[in-house]
Design a protein around this ligand. Sequence first.
Ligand SMILES: [Zn+2]
Ligand SMILES: [Zn+2]
Length: 177
Amino acid sequence: MRVPIVDLVDHPGETRAIEREVDVAEFGTAPWGPVVERVLDPVRLDLHLDAVVEGILVRGTLGFSLQVTCARCLTTVRDDLEVSVTELYTDPARREEGEEDDPGYELLDDRTAVDLSTLARDAVMIDLPVRVLCRPDCQGLCPTCGADRNLGDCGHAQTPEPDPRWAALAELDVPPA
Ligand SMILES: [Zn+2]
Ligand SMILES: [Zn+2]
């Protein structure tokens, strides 16, 4: 999602607010992360763009509504996320010698725009646990029949029966070597 900054660049001290809702598609179509199935429209932006000597400082909050997959029962649950962000978009013209560039966080198009896509994508990953549960006490799926144990007792024991082949092995009386 590109935002024009012609009114800000080279005017340190100038600031502009961005308060609006945008479609997820504005941030590109690549997957969002391992547990994120989908990000729902809209993404809520409440940002300030500050012109500083080094470039443009973007700060504020991003609001997302995510569809995430429960690690235990694999159902999809909705997770609303408000993430605080502060990122400096550097001006390539002012970069110090030997300074690393930070892909996604630089002024583009001849210093007339910034792209908020990397910012939004990084923000989702910062606050998202690697493993999401639909609820803390999710019972998960039955390893025997695959039933969702949150919906009721399928009749199988909580712990799966040991594989009969291993059970037979366990009965062998192996003399110590
Ligand atoms: Zn679950
Ligand atoms: Zn079962």
